[in-house]
Design a protein. Structure first.
Length: 497
């Protein structure tokens, strides 16, 4: 049987559809805003995976229909085997996924790409290294053509395909889209009671401690160990007190989920981005407003767009232009971008046909509401023996958030950063069953867990970095979250260690 692909006329938005699905389970939203970039044309919504996979080190859990199975091994290899069960390679060539594996792959999966790396940092939140779902159907919002598509493949957990299931899921999505179009999308201003009026944000490192880490990293640079390394610290905000309408655990969980969703809505209003995401992972949620594409894979074509070099934005046009000029003429920022572009060119060279790796854009200025960046583009053609998962694993994690040389930079990060990064600087995205895949770099990314919101912010360190300026850069990058939580457009909030 062929997948069912139906254009559906609707006024529903990705957000209004998600609000119909908050209690369904396994909700995923990949949302693009600022979508003048052709790689950020589509938004996707899906829910109710037929199989969930998560890993804690080599302890992997495969959960079909709520029945937990445990396997031990390399999560990348186990996921690659699962993906091969569901491939739809003979299907029509489309620019969006016909179902797929959607979720996040955390930074610490690096240990299964480079096994010699050690784990010194503390996993205090005890989150899975990765959590992904396998989804047989997905809603596609094409923002350029203003069209909405329902994709229903009828795939089941054993890899078979059911025409009855495909038709049933098609009808299910039609009902949800009608309900979303008829409802009024949540006004984020009505959720202000979910956040405290006097917001305090704490960091796991004081400004002095972060500056000290920068100086220690520069000692490694001066000794020739590395050329550049990305260092981060983790910020934490406490939500307002939740008053559940009943004492039931379900009611409490629903309010926590609603609060995480409200945070996502605020963030998307304050800091829209081309590779944003909201993932409901059960007892926690992942919220992302990432501007950075890690990998876009379409058949055998692969592309990456590293970001390096950052300046804040200004409401004063003259000052904003000055900051742009300063960024584009900075020898430090230019050297950093070229260094990481070369690193990613080498990463793609390991998995692509000889001579196919090109750099069509070396330096491009891109502006976002809080910050502006320098970006380059690297692309190539995958070797015939490379699956999308194998290519993803080989390049993981992105060089723009580790440093160069990559392996030594990751060793130094492990030594200097006291807590693990979790989803931060890993990837959020999808690998489509029809070999259409896209993954972001999970920066500007937060975890909503219990009564806390955790979000990292980092900076690239080179030999001539000014340690205090690097700390200020991390706070400029965190401004979107701070503004979303505080309701203050400038995000000016006192941060405590």
């Amino acid at each position: 049987m062929r997948p069912l692909i139906q254009e559906f006329a609707t006024t529903a938005s990705p957000e209004s559809l998600c609000e119909q699905l908050l209690e369904v389970g396994g909700l995923v939203l990949f949302r693009t805003a600022l979508f003048d970039d052709p790689r950020a044309r589509y938004s996707f919504v899906t829910a109710q995976p037929f199989l969930t996979f998560r890993s804690f080190g080599s302890h992997c859990e495969i959960i079909p229909d709520g029945q937990r199975q445990t396997q031990f091994g390399n999560p990348w290899r186990l996921l690659d085997v699962l993906m091969s069960r569901y491939e739809l390679l003979d299907e029509i060539d489309l620019p969006f996924p016909l179902g797929g594996c959607f979720g996040y792959w955390g930074y610490d999966l690096k240990n299964f790409v480079e096994p010699r790396l050690s784990r010194f940092a503390i996993n205090d939140l005890e989150l899975p290294d990765c959590q992904v779902g396998f989804y047989e159907s997905v809603i596609v919002f094409d923002h350029r053509l203003a069209k909405t598509w329902i994709v229903s493949t009828g795939l089941t957990e054993d890899g078979s395909r059911s025409a009855r299931l495909a038709q049933s899921r098609l009808g299910w999505w039609q009902e949800r889209l009608r309900a979303a179009a008829a409802s009024q999308s949540c006004d984020v201003s009505r959720t202000t009671d979910l956040f405290p009026e006097a917001l305090q944000i704490t960091s796991n490192l004081s400004s002095d401690q972060f500056v000290d880490l920068v100086r220690r990293a520069q000692e490694y640079i001066r000794s020739g160990d590395i050329y550049q390394v990305n260092l981060s610290h983790r910020l934490k905000a406490t939500f307002g007190v939740v008053q559940p309408r009943s004492d039931s655990v379900d009611a409490f969980s629903r309010q926590r989920l609603a609060r995480a969703w409200a945070c996502y809505r605020r963030l998307s209003d304050v800091s829209p981005a081309p590779f944003a995401a909201f993932l409901d992972c059960g007892n926690f949620q992942v919220i992302s407003s990432s501007p950075e594409l890690f990998l876009r894979l379409s058949g055998s074509h692969i592309l990456t767009r590293p970001i390096k070099g950052t300046r804040p934005r200004s409401t004063d046009p003259t000052r904003d232009a000055q900051l742009s000029y300063e960024l584009q003429t900075s020898s430090k920022e230019m050297a950093e971008l070229i260094m990481i572009t070369d690193l990613l060119r080498n990463d793609l060279g390991k998995i692509c046909n000889y001579g196919s790796v090109q750099v069509p854009e070396l330096v491009r200025l891109e502006r976002y509401p809080q910050v502006q960046h320098l970006v380059s583009t690297v692309e190539g053609e995958l070797r015939s023996d490379m699956s999308h998962f194998a290519a993803f694993a080989s390049c993981f994690p992105g060089g723009s958030i580790t440093g160069a040389p990559k392996i030594r930079a990751m060793e130094i990060i492990d030594e200097l950063e006291p807590i693990i990064r979790g989803p931060y600087t890993g990837s959020i995205g999808y690998l489509g069953f029809n070999r259409e895949s896209q993954l972001n770099i999970a920066i500007r990314t937060a975890i909503a867990l219990n009564d806390q919101l955790y979000f990292h912010s980092g900076a690239g360190i080179v030999a001539d970095s000014e340690p205090e300026a690097e700390y200020r850069e991390t706070m400029a990058k965190a401004a979107g979250f701070i503004a979303a939580l505080s309701g203050q457009p400038g995000g000016v909030v006192k941060v405590f260690a």
